[in-house]
Ligand binder design. Structure first.
Ligand SMILES: NC(=O)C1=CN([C@@H]2O[C@H](COP(=O)(O)OP(=O)(O)OC[C@H]3O[C@@H](n4cnc5c(N)ncnc54)[C@H](OP(=O)(O)O)[C@@H]3O)[C@@H](O)[C@H]2O)C=CC1
Ligand SMILES: O=C(O)CCC(=O)C(=O)O
Ligand SMILES: [Mg+2]
Length: 415
């Protein structure tokens, strides 16, 4: 496949799929989007760590061939003002697996989120965000070791669908008139901006199915459906209903609901069964602060998952550490959960942890567990030696604060 600006590495092979099974060569071509703001600093540092771990874990028998693809400000400079070039999507379809830094989204106008566009256009419907604590990382909790959850956030629907009509536009007025006159909806003021929140059975069930399959594969204990179904009955409430349906219809042997536990098992979950439970979104934030141990895998709608993932990250060190992945049926795009942190651009200052561990997830996704484990262990050693970036240093005593690049070197030295 010839691209206009993307340079395919001379050495390296494509990752392919046969009947849903991934084939990973020893020298795969993996893509990266550098990202805006702090993207350059964290991507440069993380690539050094990933490469060093692969080299060391496989004694040079395996190697990543990196292929740069573009989105955001760097794309605009390479493609003459185009922030989201079509060939970026094509490359992701062709080469399947990549990782991205954060991309800027203007607030209150301007272009739509490039992050959201990538997820929607490529149908990367599961946003997977594990949140766990590492020994030595500063946390506001008394028992941060109890936080070990994996958030499955629906990644294609909800208010992120971008169906919004600005106050004062003819489209807004037409929709308002239709809502009032045709549907009898009255609960909004004249001149209100209007947004639509689509949540479908198809979109909800495939996300919840992925969460349950993950819980089964990884031997996790429960899947909690998080929703605001008391207020948004036919979107969030429907998500909850469809969640219990998927569990009952598709995983009757592997799962059990609270109602079934209460009715048949004296309040005890039978050995080997995954508990399917649900909770309303607002109280989930309290529960995750006070009794995080009671939750394991979480399946939720898009906006809830966005809020929850940043809040839970704060319990285990902050957004600088919590990783993420956007996963579809074949294409997967791993990404830091935080944004571009523009005030730190090119200061070589921020924590590369979120992107680094997104890359660890990527290595696990392609089956390179030895390299992934090597990074995790070296990271833990670095933290226990109290070598940290500014964000952890300000919450710790007697820590040595280092730059992003120095932190990467410290990790590599401990492999
Ligand atoms: N997936 C993506 O690409 C995302 C993109 N964005 C976009 O990023 C831009 C900025 O968003 P904003 O809301 O300010 O959120 P950011 O996540 O960019 O930054 C908020 C704060 O989080 C802390 N932080 C972020 N990254 C790190 C890191 N690597 N290491 C340590 N601390 C970190 C900093 O805290 P402190 O100030 O306390 O040091 C920073 O000021 C917006 O355009 C937004 O749309 C936002 C989220 C995700
Ligand atoms: O696209 C954006 O700018 C923000 C996305 C975001 O906050 C997230 O995915 O967690
Ligand atoms: Mg977010």
């Amino acid at each position: 496949m010839a691209y206009d600006k993307i340079v395919v590495p001379e050495v390296g092979e494509k990752i392919t799929f046969t009947n849903g099974k991934m084939n990973v060569p020893d020298n795969p071509i993996l893509m990266f989007i550098e990202g805006d703001g702090i993207g350059y600093d964290i991507m440069t540092a993380s690539k050094r760590i990933w490469d060093a771990a692969v080299e060391k874990a496989y004694a040079g028998q395996r190697k990543i061939s990196w292929m740069e693809i573009y989105s955001g400000e760097k794309a605009a400079s390479v493609y003459d003002g185009d922030y989201m070039p079509e060939e970026t999507f094509q490359a992701l379809r062709d080469y399947k697996i990549g990782i991205k830094g954060p991309l800027t989204t203007p607030v209150g106008g301007g272009f739509r989120s490039l992050n959201v566009t990538l997820r929607q256009v490529l149908d990367l419907y599961s946003c997977v965000r594990p949140v766990r604590w590492f020994e030595g990382v500063p946390s506001p909790l008394k028992e941060p070791q109890d936080v070990d959850v994996v958030i499955f956030r629906e990644n294609t629907e909800d208010i992120y669908a971008g169906i919004e009509f600005e106050a004062g536009t003819p489209e807004n007025e037409k929709l308002a008139k239709f809502l009032r006159e045709e549907l009898g909806a009255t609960g909004f003021f004249e001149g209100a901006g209007l947004g639509i929140k689509p949540v479908s059975e198809f979109g909800s069930k495939r996300l919840i199915r992925a969460a349950i399959e993950y819980a089964i594969d990884r031997g996790r204990e429960s899947v909690t459906l998080v929703h605001k179904g008391n207020i948004q009955k036919f979107t969030e409430g429907a998500f909850q209903k469809w969640g219990y349906e998927v569990a009952k219809e598709e995983f009757p042997e592997e799962t059990i609901s609270w109602d079934e536990v209460a009715a048949n098992h004296d309040g005890k979950v039978p050995e080997g069964k995954i508990l399917i439970q649900d909770t309303i979104a607002d109280i989930m934030f309290q529960k995750m602060l006070l009794r995080p141990r009671e939750h394991d895998v979480i399946a939720t709608t898009n906006l809830n998952g966005d809020y929850l993932s940043d809040a839970l990250a704060a319990e285990v060190g902050g957004v600088g550490i919590a990783p993420g992945a956007n996963i579809g049926d074949e294409v997967a795009l791993f990404e830091a959960t935080h944004g571009t942190a523009p005030k730190y651009t090119n200061l070589d200052k921020v924590n590369p942890g979120s992107l680094l561990f997104s890359g660890v997830m990527m290595l696990e996704h392609i089956g390179w567990f030895e390299a992934a484990d090597m990074i995790t262990k070296a990271y833990e050693k670095t933290i226990s030696d109290k070598i940290v970036t500014y964000d952890f240093a300000r919450q710790m005593e007697n820590a040595t604060e280092v730059k992003t690049s120095e932190f990467a070197t410290a990790i590599i030295d401990r492999m």
